[in-house]
Design a protein around this ligand. Structure first.
Ligand code: BES
Ligand code: MN
Ligand code: ZN
Length: 508
């Protein structure tokens, strides 16, 4: 796993009648309310086995259930069918399709299917265009190819992934649209997987320097220009917050700067993406309990999302300028570590009294956001595994959104939900700022337990220079503790598709 994954092959697209598609398996999404004739030809091809399974309720179309049977019709090239439950037709949309594609993709891998076809039903696009539906399916099939990797020296089972063909309805005009959607979904899925791979890496392998090297490779391969600032350059810029967090570690910090500058792009907007890149968070002197601390190797998931979104933005040729900023450091309790009560001076000039050294993410984001605005960003979006409190508020399936103005927060929310990164806004009422009052500095870095995610966001807002800004807290969504049919355990790649798609959305 120490090397970057191979770039996957393309997902093919065809509009052949599905019986003549050259594959081993045909996957057909099926709704709960549907009888055996819902998709013409399927029941007959199975010599009535589909009708029998529906009749006996062996298969009822419940989400992610899979029923597989032989094709008996000798005229078909495909020899197996798999019906996958799509739930109720009324709730079907791109998000259901993406999840269903993951579920069936994982299933086909487990069965060692070599070549599989996925039927995109023309009567099941749920209000989306066929390009959007094809994109979601390609994203899901690609997400299912992710391999968590392993440092086991024996018996690591890298099950091969099937070669996929998406079958758009025969004769459909929108087949070329579907093909475009598939190519786009393939890129976004692949970039999500690269972010998952980075977030899965252990802290000893992925130091700030190594993270910077790998993040730079991921983005520059796609044509993004990348600059890595070392500790001397970071000090020259006066980034006292990033340097403060890094003091407790023997590993030097890095500031990774990405630029997507397409020729002919308008001067504005300039989207500034900032990702938290803590390669391991022990908590520092305010050290975390041992139990579960190993999870903190993914505290750079926001930074990985920015790097991999920059890759997608370049590959998909986003029409606007985008700057990516990833402050990278460890948070360690070394002999020179910052201590509770220490005062740090940020690059912006504002001073911070560090009450809790475990609230390090907001510190490095402060210098990161300042730098993004310094480099000319007109709109800021930061992504960070920032607070345990957001998991209490929204759980493991929904990221927290914060920011200003409300229209920009809502723009990010819509893009995120469309991209399959569910997110929900929490308020930034001014009263909460009282919790960050310091006797000795401009403010403290923690506001106590109440509204912990909100006070963290209010801290960050001090460094946005009044620009439109959205903060996405992914502490709950970056890592799956429990496997779901549509999401295996481990790093999720959250926010990659949101950040990439944002570069294609409309700015004021
Ligand atoms: N990286 C953690 C947040 C986190 C917690 C991410 C759980 C994923 C899962 C962050 O740096 C942190 O330690 N936050 C503290 C802030 C507190 C000291 C104000 C927290 O949430 O406890
Ligand atoms: Mn912390
Ligand atoms: Zn952290």
């Amino acid at each position: 796993m120490a090397t970057t994954s191979a770039i996957p092959g393309a997902i093919r697209c065809t509009s052949l009648p599905f019986g003549s598609v050259d594959a081993d398996l045909l996957v057909i999404p099926w709704f709960e309310e549907e009888g055996p004739t819902a998709v013409a030809g399927i029941d007959a091809a199975s010599a009535g086995d589909v009708a029998r399974a529906l009749q006996s309720k062996e298969f009822v179309g419940r989400s992610y259930d899979i029923f597989s049977t032989h094709v008996t019709d000798a005229a078909w090239r495909i020899r197996r069918l798999a019906m996958v439950g799509a739930g109720k037709r009324a709730t079907f949309g791109t998000e259901t399709a993406r999840r269903l594609a993951v579920a069936v993709g994982l299933w086909a891998r487990q069965r060692r299917v070599a070549r599989a076809a996925f039927l995109m039903r023309a009567d099941a696009v749920g209000g989306a265009t066929s390009a959007q539906m094809a994109q979601a399916i390609a994203e899901g099939l690609t997400l299912a190819e992710f391999d968590g990797g392993s440092y086991k020296t024996r018996e690591h089972d890298v099950s091969a992934t099937p070669a996929w063909t998406v079958v758009a309805a025969a004769g459909e005009e929108s087949a070329s649209q579907a093909a475009e959607g598939i190519a786009r979904g393939r890129v976004l899925g692949e970039c999500s997987n690269l972010a998952r791979e980075l977030a899965n890496e252990p802290g000893n392998r992925l130091t700030p320097q190594e993270f910077a090297r790998r993040a730079a490779a991921v983005a520059s391969e796609a044509g993004v220009s990348v600059e890595i600032l070392d500790e001397t350059q970071i000090a020259k810029l006066g980034m006292g917050l990033l340097l403060g967090v890094a003091r407790g570690s023997d590993e030097p910090p890095r500031m990774i700067v990405f630029r997507h500058d397409p020729p002919g792009a308008p001067a504005t907007p300039v989207l500034g993406l900032v990702g938290k890149g803590v390669t391991f968070d022990t908590g520092g002197i305010s050290i975390k309990p041992a139990d579960g601390m190993e999870r903190m190797k993914d505290d750079m998931a926001g930074g990985a999302a920015v790097a991999c979104a920059m890759r997608a933005i370049a590959l998909l040729q986003a029409p606007i300028r985008v700057i990516g900023i990833v402050p990278a450091t460890e948070n360690m309790p070394g002999g020179r570590a910052i201590k509770p009560g220490d005062v740090l001076t940020s690059a912006s000039g504002k001073t911070v009294e560090v009450i809790n050294t475990d609230a390090e993410g907001r510190l490095i984001l402060g210098d990161g956001l300042w730098y993004a605005s310094e480099l000319g960003a007109t709109h800021l979006v930061d992504v960070a595994t920032l607070t345990g409190a957001v998991v209490v508020a929204l759980g493991k399936s929904t990221s927290g959104l914060f920011g200003t103005p409300p229209e920009f927060v809502d723009q990010v929310r819509r893009v995120a939900n469309q991209a399959g990164d569910r997110a929900w806004a929490l308020p930034l009422f001014d009263d909460y700022r009282d919790q960050l009052k310091s006797k000795i500095a401009d403010f403290t870095n923690t506001g106590g337990r109440p509204a912990g995610s909100i006070t963290a966001a209010l801290f960050i807002s001090e460094f946005t220079g009044g620009l439109p800004w959205v903060h996405m807290d992914i502490a709950g969504t970056a890592w799956a503790d429990e496997a779901k049919p549509y999401l295996p355990k481990g790093a999720t790649g959250v926010a990659v598709r949101t950040l990439a798609e944002l570069a294609f959305s409309d700015f004021e």
